[in-house]
Write a protein that binds this ligand. Structure first.
Ligand SMILES: [Zn+2]
Length: 409
């Protein structure tokens, strides 16, 4: 069976874009969940109640997304949760949702690959004008099936014929995914080129989740900003250079692929996996015209930069940034981008989305960000202009995923 990689960004910042190989067992998963409950429920509960320091309940503050319609380009929906997802979408102006990866099941027993893809695909069939799905490889097959690299392009084509609008690569690629000989598979490994070539031929975009919070790649010591989490969960650290490549290597490998396959539109999720360093992400966007990013589960990190820098980044790349939240509807419970898995009320979900509108649209100061598990700082709104907001909320994802094809207007 597939088990999960417990680094918090799997469950926390990216929930389960990060399904992993074998060394992690159910016990660690349970420990992780306990940890999340103990450390985050308090903060999350305060945040989801919508109470800022000033006591304003911004779930009632009347902020609406400019333009009145939004594509959430980074969601996770499992088959049993389609109705709930649609309800929350209806309540928050999310006219269309892009399910960013084929992940199904209930935490901690989630699974990816064909089984997940075809189950979700079936469940969303009646809602083609509301939801679309990425195909996602189960990279553990590369280790267990010597013929995986030959089969992979046809697996993708079959999924696209069944309705996949794009391909999503989980962060395991480059970091932990191994081939039949047990060697790490680099993101720019030529054995993967036939997959990218097939994506190009099929005319679908390709999404990558590369890297993880910088802190998890840094030495594990008291100076590490996530020292407490890492002390409790050393398995979340990728700092062991005998096991894991450095973050810079992963980024360089991914960029090699983007540059080699110029006809493919790529999205590097979570602000390119490097929201800590907007200068570097800007450099990539300048160098690679076929690259976009999304905002999923990174409003907190984005808000750590001065509001003027956040504004400049969004304003300059307003044609290349897609709005996404990482809102996850797992079979057992939901995750608002990062943090505890629980059954959120419609009010709590409305508040989660409202914080996004508030960050992007207002110049409000010092309010809670949407993912308190990532840190307890406050953020300032960046107050983007209407034209930029409409692109980020709608136009960019609409064009990127060619949603005219699926009848979305
Ligand atoms: Zn995600």
């Amino acid at each position: 069976m597939i088990t999960l990689n417990p680094p918090p960004q799997l469950i926390l910042s990216d929930l389960n874009d990060s399904l992993n190989g074998k060394e992690i067992n159910i016990e660690t998963m349970i420990n992780r969940r306990e940890f999340i409950k103990k450390t985050s429920m308090g903060a999350a509960a305060i945040s989801v109640a919508g109470l800022t320091q000033s006591g304003i309940n911004h779930s009632e503050s009347g902020i609406k997304p400019v333009g009145g319609r939004v594509i959430d380009a980074h969601m996770h929906v499992t088959p049993g949760k389609v109705k709930k997802a649609l309800q929350v979408m209806d309540d928050n102006f999310i006219r269309y949702g892009v399910i960013i990866a084929s992940i199904a099941g209930s935490d901690p027993d989630q699974y990816v690959g064909d089984k997940a893809f075809y189950e979700i695909s079936e469940a969303i069939k009646p809602y083609k004008n509301r939801l679309a799905l990425h195909y996602t490889y189960d990279w553990t097959l590369a280790e267990t099936d010597p013929d995986f690299f030959n089969k992979a392009p046809d697996m993708l084509e079959k999924a696209v014929k069944a309705g996949a609008i794009a391909l999503k690569n989980l962060k395991q690629l480059g970091l932990v995914a191994r081939d039949h000989e047990g060697k790490l598979i680099a993101i720019d490994d030529p054995r993967l080129f036939p997959i990218w070539e097939r994506a190009e031929k099929l005319g679908i975009p390709v999404a990558f989740h590369t890297g993880d919070p910088v802190a998890f790649f840094n030495p594990w010591n008291p100076k590490n900003e996530r020292w407490e989490e890492l002390e409790l969960h050393p398995e979340w650290s990728f700092s062991d250079r005998s096991k894991y490549p450095p973050l810079e290597t992963l980024f360089a490998q991914a960029n090699n692929v983007y540059k080699k396959f110029r006809k493919i539109q790529f999205v590097s999720v979570h602000v390119g996996g490097y929201s800590e360093n907007l200068k570097e992400v800007s450099r990539w966007l300048d160098e690679i015209p076929n690259l976009s990013v999304d905002t999923a589960a990174r409003i907190g990190e984005l808000g750590k930069h001065p509001a003027s820098e956040g504004y400049d980044f969004f304003n300059k790349y307003q044609d290349r940034i897609m709005f996404g939240t990482d809102m996850a509807y797992w079979e057992g419970c939901d995750v608002q981008g990062a943090g505890p898995c629980k059954d959120f009320t419609l009010d709590e979900d409305r508040n989660f989305y409202n914080i996004h509108w508030r960050y992007l649209q207002t110049k409000d100061k010092q309010f809670d960000h949407p993912t308190p598990i990532q840190g307890k700082w406050k953020i300032d709104g960046i107050g983007l202009q209407t034209a930029a907001l409409k692109k980020i909320y709608w136009d960019n994802a609409y064009r990127f995923y060619k949603l005219n094809r699926v009848g979305v207007a």
